[in-house]
Design a protein around this ligand. Structure first.
Ligand code: LIP
Length: 265
């Protein structure tokens, strides 16, 4: 059955905090220089274990819901509710013992995300939002600061994993970098959008991310007053996500559009 966004948020929050503890406890044991087993395999195993734990908790409570997970793929449901889950966004940071990684859980009702949690245990930060109900960090209301001009903007971005895509992303960046205050590459799309919601960056764009990376965080950002979209009026998608408060959003959009930032060149 359908549920209220607040109920879905509570469930998602409990699941994200639990999975965050599991992953945080496991992070210390990962050694990048360990020669016996590949560290990437260890991270993949943790990704799977965390997603499985989230799935047990969410689908245990709501068996008719649909699923879209980074590790577990897609599964249809009957309730009209779909969970969109990234057990560890920022896996390279996680692997290197860095703190910028997060568990991301979004609840979609009839195709629209209505609740989202981004839990970053190593940072001690948990972001939550419900559609129309505002966004918070650690329970404190979040409001993005007003627009700055593009040349004063600190802009976050990220890069894909394939060489060809990266070469074009580097070409786009070569045009963007001289036009802005500076660039940040934090390594977790969910945290980029949450950082934007609290004014730690002013803008963000990235090609090639998936709904599990940005679904929950896009709601946090939108509820904090950030515009999140794509090129030419499109919504955010794997082609391109652009985010900034109104005013700066249009400037960033108009800079990226002629560069083909939504393509691989
Ligand atoms: C990662 C993103 C990162 C992006 C990578 C990747 P993962 O997600 O959050 O910002 O640049 O392409 O998608 O793989 O760590 O879940």
């Amino acid at each position: 059955a359908h549920a209220e966004p607040k109920e879905l948020l509570e469930l998602a929050l409990a699941a994200a905090l639990e999975a965050g503890r599991l992953a945080a406890d496991g992070q210390a044991g990962i050694r990048v220089l360990d020669t016996k087993s590949s560290p990437t395999d260890v991270v993949t195993a943790m990704d799977r274990a965390a997603e499985e734990q989230i799935r047990r908790r969410l689908l245990g409570a709501r068996p008719g819901d649909a699923w879209l997970g980074e590790e577990g793929g897609e599964e249809a449901g009957t309730s009209g509710v779909r969970w969109i889950v990234d057990p560890i966004d920022g896996t390279v940071n996680y692997l290197y013992g860095r703190r910028e990684w997060a568990v991301s859980i979004a609840a979609e009702v009839d195709g629209e995300i209505v609740a989202g949690v981004v839990a970053a245990p190593a940072l001690g930060e948990t972001f939550t939002a419900t559609r129309g109900g505002g966004a918070s960090v650690n329970g404190e209301p979040l409001r993005a600061p007003g627009a700055v001009a593009l040349d004063m903007a600190l802009v976050g971005t990220g890069f894909g994993y394939e060489a060809r895509r990266r070469a074009h992303q580097a070409a786009v960046l070569a045009t963007v970098l001289p036009r802005v205050r500076d660039i940040r590459r934090v390594g977790a799309a969910a945290l980029d959008l949450c950082d934007l919601a609290r004014g730690r960056i002013n803008g963000y764009y990235e090609r090639g991310t998936n709904a599990w990376d940005w679904g929950a965080a896009a709601l946090v950002a939108a509820e904090a007053g950030v515009r999140v979209g794509g090129l030419r009026g499109a919504g955010p998608g794997s082609d391109l996500v652009i985010a900034a408060v109104p005013g700066l959003f249009e400037e960033l959009h108009d800079l990226l559009e002629p560069l083909g930032a939504d393509t691989d060149g």
